[in-house]
Design a protein around this ligand. Structure first.
Ligand code: NDP
Ligand code: X2W
Length: 312
């Protein structure tokens, strides 16, 4: 029997991308709710209960509601793409490459919280360096980022693309999260193994998909006499032996004059760069990903496969 998958929220931005990725899979039975019924709670409850694995692509409140519908129905496993359960102790954090044990934890979990797009980039750079003892857990970390506007879901897509929208956004690029209380901060702190909240400065550009996340560091405030090469070696060692996260060779990074946030669009990959100049005492760590790929839907499909013992 093929595993039955239900994508709750399949007509939204993340849900549609997951459905597209599953369209050609003959090893799964995808249960689909008609678009007009997408908010029909009784019908959703039936689908949720008959699925072997439900992928929630809903706002936080609706995700919590779906989890409550499944309470006591322990045969349905859940991947939640919302922010609702990412620092919850009962949920496995769905970032398989973040440390050596995570893949196995995800594979056996009933409840998996898919990471946020920005935290995927930030944690990928921070956590291995904290774990290696290079980045002190109390370092005052800043995370500066730009996302494509699909990161804001259907609502922001309409605001950016439709000039007739009453809340139309005409800017080519804007900062937000200006109160420094973005919902991704707790997740970056916890899974980044940090003692202090990072300062997170996100922004959105007038491009649909793609993301750059930057973590600049002063080498003098790290542990030991660390160089650009030392940081690169630590990241390369951490990500050896898998094919999702690439640590770009230092010589290749050194040749770049610009970095395009859309470079990995429509892939489920992430590239990590170590930028700087030897002897200058500073480094800028950069993650490049598709906010809808490794940042959301690609990661959800990767987690689904791990949980079902399929690919990956
Ligand atoms: N977009 C991205 O890059 C990322 C998104 N995420 C997360 O994924 C989740 C989904 O986001 P996204 O796809 O962008 O959002 P969208 O707004 O594009 O899609 C959400 C979908 O959920 C439906 N929905 C909303 N409320 C309910 C409800 N009460 N019951 C049933 N269906 C409901 C919406 O229906 P309707 O059309 O009627 O509103 C819509 O189809 C969010 O939690 C988001 O934070 C995570 C990582 C990245
Ligand atoms: C551009 C934009 O608005 N992005 C969203 C984050 C997108 C995302 O990662 O969703 P999760 O919150 O579920 O992780 C934001 O900043 O709230």
């Amino acid at each position: 029997m093929k595993p039955k998958i239900f994508i709750d929220g399949e007509h939204g931005t993340t849900g549609l991308q997951i459905r597209t990725r599953l369209a050609e899979r003959s090893d799964l039975d995808v249960l689909s709710i008609p678009e007009a019924e997408r908010r029909n709670k009784d019908m959703r409850a039936d689908f949720l209960k008959s699925a072997d694995l439900a992928i929630l692509c809903l706002p936080d409140d609706a995700s919590r509601e779906a989890v409550a519908i499944l309470e006591g129905k322990n045969s349905t496993r859940i991947i939640d793409t919302s922010t609702a359960h990412r620092v919850h102790p009962d949920w496995a954090y769905g970032f398989a490459e973040m440390d050596g044990a995570q893949r196995a934890l995800i594979a056996k979990a009933r409840l998996v919280a898919n990471p946020g797009c920005y935290p995927t980039g930030a944690i990928s750079l921070i956590r291995p360096l904290v774990a290696a003892g290079i980045l002190p857990a109390d370092y005052p970390v800043s995370v500066n980022a730009v996302s494509g506007y699909t990161g804001g879901g259907k609502q922001m897509i309409a605001q950016m693309e439709d000039p007739a929208n009453p809340e139309h956004i005409a800017s080519p690029h804007f900062l937000y999260g200006l109160t420094l209380a973005h919902k991704h901060v707790p997740e970056m702190k916890q899974h980044g193994l940090l003692d202090r909240k990072p300062i997170f400065a996100p922004s959105v550009g007038r491009f649909a998909q793609g993301m750059i996340v930057q973590v600049p560091l002063h080498l003098a405030d790290l542990n030991g006499a660390v160089t650009l090469g030392g940081i690169h070696a630590a990241l390369a060692a951490h990500y050896a032996g898998q094919d999702v996260v690439e640590v770009v060779p230092l010589a290749e990074s050194a040749k770049l004059a610009r970095l395009d946030p859309t470079e990995l669009n429509d892939t489920d990959l992430m590239k990590l760069y170590v930028f700087g100049t030897d002897g200058q005492g500073q480094v800028n760590l950069v993650a490049l990903l598709d906010n809808l790929g490794k940042g959301a839907s690609g990661a959800a499909v990767q987690n689904m496969d791990l949980m079902l013992g399929l690919k990956h």
